[in-house]
Design a protein around this ligand. Structure first.
Ligand SMILES: [Zn+2]
Length: 364
């Protein structure tokens, strides 16, 4: 189904009907153009939420694809298509795992939070549903997100957090002039050189047990009028930081501003914090997931906080213990995104085992 953000392509109706058959109560929460599904089976006890998104990024040039990106072509070994890995595969596996048992008999409650706005602006999706749930006083104990997390073998890597991201636009002001008269010009390229060295050599933090250190990359620099003998009037610089919870966005702002002041440059700067980092302290649910992966796949999983950002950052606000576990992320967002059929079967086994093991842990 073609479901490029913010369209769900009928996926939410399909999932709703599957869940209704299991006794779930479905609710559609619509914000702007985005439909979100909140579906609950209330057995009392703690609440486990399975969270995910049915929207996908655009396919890119269709003629470059081996198979129609929206056909879901299954060649027996792989299912091809946009969203197979990120993240309809994970959702399908969890639905399949659920069908192996009777959800009404579990010792805990179960809910689905499925959005169609994760790949896009992420303004009318999970964030809004979480706000609504908090208004209702809905407590979430555990949260499983089916985002692709696997490196090589299904379950070898799960995420318990993600780094934050900040985009920075800097304009350095100068005074254009003739290259032959240096005392008559203010050259913004010269003015910024000290700052560039400092900002790229800065050790922001050392990360921690689960997070790599904060890193900065300069992504674009432009200046000049195109002639050898004219100095530029302005310089424009773009850079991005991926930051760990060991540092705050405010601290990053202060540090960068102080560096610019120290260099004595005239500037304008704009900070866009596109995502805050989140971290979920591993506790009971993490143990259940690790044990389930071991029992069903015979491997030790690693806990990490790598990758881009995810809706986990909104769910973390509920205080839930969060795990992101899904298929391989190797082909996601690329031309010829695909997922191995075997991989999906293994992921279904793991999810099933998690449902069973959590049932043991929540026995009265
Ligand atoms: Zn995703």
């Amino acid at each position: 189904m073609e479901s490029v953000t913010p369209n769900d392509g009928g996926c939410l109706d399909y999932i709703s009907s599957k869940l209704a058959a299991q006794g779930f109560v479905n609710e559609t929460l619509t914000y702007g153009r985005v439909k979100n599904l909140w579906s609950v089976i209330d057995n009392g006890g703690p609440l486990l939420v399975f969270a995910g998104h049915v929207d996908v990024v655009p396919s890119g040039p269709i003629d470059k694809w081996e198979h129609d990106p929206f056909s879901g072509h299954n060649d027996g070994e792989f299912i091809h298509g946009r969203g197979t890995g990120d993240m309809k595969g994970g959702i399908a596996c969890f639905l399949a795992a659920l069908e192996r048992l009777n959800a009404k008999d579990l010792n805990y409650s179960l809910a689905f939070l499925i959005t169609a706005d994760e790949e896009g602006p992420s303004k009318d999706g999970t964030v809004k549903v979480v706000e609504e749930l908090q208004k209702r006083g809905q407590k979430i104990d555990y949260c499983l997100i089916g985002e692709p997390s696997t490196i090589e073998n299904v379950g070898d890597n799960v995420r318990i957090g993600r780094r934050g991201s900040v985009n920075i636009n800097l304009e350095v002001k100068g005074k254009q002039g003739h290259a032959a008269y240096p005392d008559k010009v203010i050259n913004p390229i010269h003015k910024i050189s000290g700052f560039l060295k400092k900002v790229t050599e800065e050790v922001w933090d050392n990360g921690n047990e689960h997070f790599p250190p904060t890193s900065l990359q300069l992504t674009n620099i432009t200046a000049g009028v195109g002639a050898h003998n004219v100095t530029p009037n302005n310089l424009y610089l773009k850079f991005n930081l991926r930051f760990s919870p060991e540092i705050t966005a405010d601290h990053i702002k202060e540090k960068i501003t102080a560096m610019l002041v120290e260099e004595g440059v005239e500037y304008e700067i704009d900070f866009d914090i596109s995502a805050l980092p989140y971290y979920s302290n591993p506790a009971l649910f993490t143990e259940v997931v690790k044990q389930s992966i071991k029992e069903s796949q015979g491997l030790e999983t690693q806990l990490s906080c790598t990758g881009g950002t995810s809706d986990g950052r909104f769910l973390a606000r509920t205080g839930a213990e969060i795990i992101e576990l899904g298929p391989k992320y190797e082909t996601i967002h690329k031309i010829n995104e695909r997922v191995e059929v075997k991989e999906l079967e293994r992921l279904t086994d793991i999810y099933h085992q998690i449902l069973l093991n959590l049932n043991e842990k929540t026995k009265a």
